[in-house]
Ligand binder design. Structure first.
Ligand code: AOF
Ligand code: ZN
Length: 356
């Protein structure tokens, strides 16, 4: 029986339909192939709901054909009783004779056990088809499972000559330079739905009074995270409006009366490595992916500590000639996307690196 990578490509395509909804669980797609034709498809739609394999198997109209079919799936079928029963067990019970898997599951509860269970039952298992693509798709999940830390994405927009904004001070009434256009702005909101946390530094919170919500896309808003060493962000700031939970990293907890509803205060030691403390504490809070949107100083700290996985840098064609310098990143742009219809701006996306 010849195996066809196009079927695995279809799995990855299906998996992407879950983008924004499965976090912190992986994006997974599966297809059932009979005599070279797809007779069933499924993907993981929503955190806590049925896994891809379950949906694909359930979608097959004539279930007797399962005994002569091949199941393609983009992640090793699970072997554990989690929110759902083990998929490897389902595959065995439905007597599917062949399974093709893109990549092993890094989750220690599964890791190799799903493959072993199926092989022990006599199923012919092929592992590693489009493995690189499948791991790339679930890079957040892999980093979480392998290194027990959040996946960190840096994001900023800059002029062609490397400035993020004019120099502004709280209270001086100057508006920020608008670098993003409508399209890239919307894309950023889409990114926001794909992460669990979004962070800015104190200056950005004071100067821009951001909401940090994904209101221009559909999906969940990430938890907002802000650094406020001296608790000087005012109570009426948008970050404290209660529409979305907010975490504040501070040097000392505010008095009970100054504490705001919907806000969780976490004390850290500002004389130490704050990036590491933030990463560790957010992971404890089950925030497994973090988008850092500025300002320059906070981004530079994470770059300096080499604590980032990916950077989205939007580069405008116009020059500013002076202002707040954008952080400098050593490394290559893995790809460079120019959006059609975007006359002035490029989104240089994305620079990736290995950080363990
Ligand atoms: C998913 N969707 O399609 C597959 C997953 O808590 P549970 O029961 O949903 O189990 C989550 C784990 O199951 C997850 O960490 C991963 O190891 C494995 N596979 N998860 O959410 C899927 N195939
Ligand atoms: Zn499963």
């Amino acid at each position: 029986m010849e195996l066809n990578p196009l079927f695995m490509e279809r799995c990855l395509q299906l998996a992407r339909n879950g983008e924004g909804f499965t976090k912190p669980n992986p994006l997974v797609g599966a297809v059932v192939v009979h005599n070279g034709k797809i007779i069933g498809e499924g993907f993981h739609r929503q955190y806590g709901e049925a896994h891809a394999e379950v949906n694909a198997i359930a979608s097959v109209e004539d279930s007797t054909l399962l005994r002569e079919s091949t199941l393609y799936v983009s992640l090793e079928p699970c072997a554990h009783h989690g929110k759902t029963p083990p998929c490897a067990e389902l595959i065995i019970n439905r007597e599917i004779p062949r399974v093709v898997v893109a990549t092993g599951d890094p989750n220690p509860k599964v890791s190799g056990k799903g493959i072993a269970m199926m092989r022990e039952s006599g199923i012919e298992v092929t592992l590693g088809m489009l493995e690189k693509e499948a791991r790339e798709l679930n890079r957040i999940f892999f980093v979480n499972q392998l290194y027990n830390r959040p996946y960190i994405i840096l994001k900023w927009a800059q002029s062609s000559d490397g400035f993020m904004d004019y120099i502004r001070k709280p209270g001086d009434g100057k508006s920020p330079v608008i670098i993003s256009n409508t399209m890239t702005h919307t894309i950023v909101h889409k990114f926001r739905t794909q992460v669990q946390g979004i962070m800015v530094g104190t200056n950005t919170a004071l100067l821009d009074n951001p909401q940090l919500t994904a209101r221009k896309w559909f999906g969940d808003d990430p938890v907002r995270v802000v650094i406020d060493r001296e608790n000087k962000i005012p109570a009426d700031a948008s970050l404290f409006d209660g529409t979305v939970p907010t975490i504040v990293f501070t040097a000392s907890l505010p008095s009970a009366t100054a504490k705001k509803e919907y806000v969780k205060y976490i004390e850290i030691d500002f004389t130490g490595n704050i990036c590491k403390q933030i990463s560790d504490r957010l992971y404890d809070e089950k925030i497994y992916s973090l988008l850092i949107e500025g300002g320059a100083q906070l981004l530079a700290s994470f770059i300096e500590k080499e604590m980032w996985d990916e950077a989205y840098v939007e580069i405008a064609e116009k020059e500013l000639q002076s202002g707040v310098e954008a952080p400098a990143i050593q490394g290559d742009a893995a790809s460079f996307r120019k959006y059609p219809g975007s006359v002035q701006f490029h989104l240089k996306s994305k620079i990736t690196r290995n950080f363990h």
